[in-house]
Design a binder for this molecule. Structure first.
Ligand SMILES: NC(=O)c1ccc[n+]([C@@H]2O[C@H](COP(=O)([O-])OP(=O)(O)OC[C@H]3O[C@@H](n4cnc5c(N)ncnc54)[C@H](O)[C@@H]3O)[C@@H](O)[C@H]2O)c1
Length: 368
């Protein structure tokens, strides 16, 4: 029997999941049980409403459609209560990233999974990358540097009530360059690091506009073996750097699945990404097929994300270091692409490197 799959949070990024559901339904691999969104769902040619019942309350969807699998694509601060309802209703989960807000929430969800015997796949789709697998197979050693320089206009921060916010209605929400748009980079870097127990976190958070979270983030994490993972990312760059993970002479351009191993002349595409919903369905059918992103695999990510959003608010980069983006829509930080590369390559945070707008990093010891 084909699995009955429902989607909660069918607008926003949920349109991407609607396309996946349509494709898998067309292939006869699933039946779409229903959609749920608090707001009206805008149909798109490539992301239709699938001709299924639409609900505004997820508990009604669960009670009336009795799905086998539920995709949750609502804002991060709503994930845990909805996930617990889904598990209690007897369904397995594909839960968008970041899965939960903090380690205590991770524990609550892990306990619910144990108690119900259900399965949770977390939406870090880049972990299905063949390029990542090829890099990990070489067991790369040494410090890890991660870079990325993108542009998000000011409108990006008005698309959703939680975008760019630390709290909404007095409740914490989770956003910021590294915990959201670049979350895949951090998660992939942790996978590349293999056994990596972070003991120390050093963080410089900046903002280039009137938001509560960071859009330019520098992080250095030190493991219990002294190994470092340095991440430098920005959403305020006029120059585009897709994003790289560098380690032991290898480079993975993580958004494009292009890889250069030591001794190779150029980046080459390593095609093949396994879909997370497909993998979850295969795992349900045969437990010998390993789940790509079980919740347990995301524990370190959540601990780091929690430490990042719990740190002091980001520092505004002064106006004299900013300039309008050539296409309009907001300001960029002058020369930030160069700084991002330098930090990722050297492992030295902007303050240590003497960047004029940099402030001393926030430093915390992490519980082992
Ligand atoms: N894996 C990825 O690459 C990727 C990319 C983008 C977003 N995301 C994640 O997807 C999730 C959604 O992000 P978004 O940008 O689409 O957010 P969003 O704020 O646009 O929310 C998505 C939808 O959820 C609906 N919604 C909110 N609360 C709900 C509730 N209680 N019940 C039902 N529907 C509800 C909203 O009306 C909206 O249509 C987040 O966790 C985000 O981090 C993942």
């Amino acid at each position: 029997m084909t699995a009955r799959v429902a989607l909660i949070g069918a607008g926003g990024h949920g349109a991407w999941h609607r396309r996946v559901l349509q494709r898998l339904a067309d292939q006869g691999r699933i039946t779409v049980a229903g959609l749920c969104d608090r707001a009206p769902i805008v149909p798109e040619p490539a992301a239709p409403l699938l001709g299924v019942p639409v609900f505004t309350d997820h508990t009604e969807l669960l009670a009336e459609t009795r799905p086998d699998v539920v995709v949750i694509c609502t804002p991060p601060h709503t994930h845990l209560p909805i996930a617990l309802d889904v598990l209690a209703a007897g369904a397995d989960l594909l839960l968008e990233k970041p899965p939960v807000m903090a380690p205590d929430e991770h524990e609550v969800l892990a306990a619910a999974l144990r108690d119900t015997g259900r399965i949770c796949q977390v939406g870090f789709q880049a972990l299905g990358s063949a390029a990542l697998a090829a890099l990990c197979a070489t067991r790369p050693q040494g410090p890890i540097g991660v870079s990325g320089a993108w542009w998000r206009p000011d409108g990006y921060y008005t698309r959703a009530p939680w975008a760019g916010r630390r709290t909404v209605g007095g409740r914490p929400v989770m956003d910021g360059a590294l915990v959201n748009p670049f979350a895949h980079a951090l998660m992939q870097a942790l996978v590349v690091a293999g056994h990596f127990q972070p003991v120390r976190l050093e963080l410089e958070r900046y903002r280039s506009r009137e938001i509560e979270t960071d859009d330019t983030t520098f992080l250095r994490v030190t493991g219990d073996d002294g190994r470092t993972l340095t991440v430098a990312v920005t959403l305020a760059s006029a120059m585009f750097i897709a994003g790289e993970i560098r380690v032991g002479g290898a480079v993975l351009e993580y958004p494009t699945d292009r890889l250069r191993l030591p001794g190779e002349p150029d980046l080459r595409e390593v095609p093949g990404r396994r879909g997370l919903l497909e993998n979850l369905l295969e795992h349900r059918g045969a437990s010998a097929v390993p789940l790509l992103v079980p919740l347990s695999r995301t524990a370190t990510f959540t601990a780091l994300a929690d430490a990042i959003v719990s740190a002091p608010p980001p520092v505004a980069i002064p106006a004299r270091f900013r300039e309008p983006h050539p296409d309009g829509g907001g300001q960029v930080v002058t020369g930030i692409d160069t700084i991002v590369r330098q930090v990722a390559d050297s492992g030295r945070l902007p303050f240590e490197a003497g960047v004029p707008w940099a402030v001393p990093p926030h430093r915390v010891a992490l519980p082992v």
